[in-house]
Design a protein around this ligand. Structure first.
Ligand SMILES: Cc1cc2nc3c(=O)[nH]c(=O)nc-3n(C[C@H](O)[C@H](O)[C@H](O)COP(=O)(O)O)c2cc1C
Length: 230
């Protein structure tokens, strides 16, 4: 792979100047890394979401799909499974959630809960993140010595996929927040969208137009989270 890259660099270098090409590549890499950190800062939890999306539905769908496809997974197992809901299907998701919450929230508190659901339903769409447990089981059988790791790596994989989608949506100017009404809603969700039995719901990303900016974010001291040795 690396030798292929080198040979393509030299091939192009012969057409123009090899040295020039290295400079340009380095510059591109620098710009890309700056873009990435800018984007990482831009991605925030946005609760005030609306339906006035800055891009067409198809572009949002393609963005989500590509972000998930490019996300890494253990042994390239590609265990993440995704359901994208837009329009009335997104609203249906929130009605399912509302009705399940009604069963567990005390009646005198439910008005507040229901208003919160209305706020979430005001967004344009939902991404449901599942992990296919059949993939996990097959890997456990194939590589018995790693059996304990595969469920953990599956959780890592969905987290990476969630972050990738969150960033990719942010890049398009689409806001998002991450929710976890699973496992309360699992059974109804499976029935509503004919989800395969082996798909386990892990998280739900609500997305839409940004109607108000994110709240202030605080950070712990670097000393508490980083150890640098050199
Ligand atoms: C693993 C994980 C679980 C989260 N679960 C929820 C959730 O259930 N509900 C919610 O409103 N936000 C949830 N969040 C969002 C966090 O509260 C949020 O990312 C954090 O406060 C930092 O804010 P930021 O996203 O604006 O950087 C979750 C985030 C992560 C990474």
């Amino acid at each position: 792979m690396f030798s292929k890259l080198l040979s393509s660099i030299f091939k192009r270098g012969n057409e123009n100047s090899t040295e020039m090409h290295f400079d340009t590549t380095q510059q591109q890499e620098n710009t890309m890394s700056n873009h990435f950190l800018d984007l990482a800062k831009q991605r925030r939890t946005i609760y005030a979401l609306g339906k006035d999306m800055p891009v067409a539905d198809e572009e949002a769908i393609d963005t989500i799909k590509e972000a998930v496809k490019q996300a890494p997974s253990a042994f390239n197992s590609q265990s993440s499974r995704i359901v994208i809901l837009l329009g009335k299907e997104h609203n249906r998701f929130w009605e399912i959630t509302r009705e399940q919450l009604r069963k567990i929230v005390p009646a005198d508190h439910f008005a507040g809960t229901s208003a919160k659901v209305d706020g979430f339903a005001a967004a344009a769409g939902s991404v449901l993140f599942f992990e296919d447990q059949d993939v996990v089981k097959t890997l456990q059988e194939q590589f018995a010595s790693y059996a304990d790791n595969f469920p953990v790596w599956s959780e890592h994989s969905t987290g990476i996929a969630q972050y990738a989608v969150w960033l990719a949506l942010a890049e398009k100017g689409i806001g998002a927040n991450l929710q976890h009404y699973n496992p309360l809603i699992d059974s109804d969700v499976k029935t509503a969208w004919q989800i395969p039995e082996s798909w386990k719901l892990r998280a739900h990303m609500n997305f839409g137009s940004i109607e108000a900016p994110a709240g202030e974010k605080t950070y712990i001291d670097d000393d508490q989270r980083f150890i640098i040795a050199k």
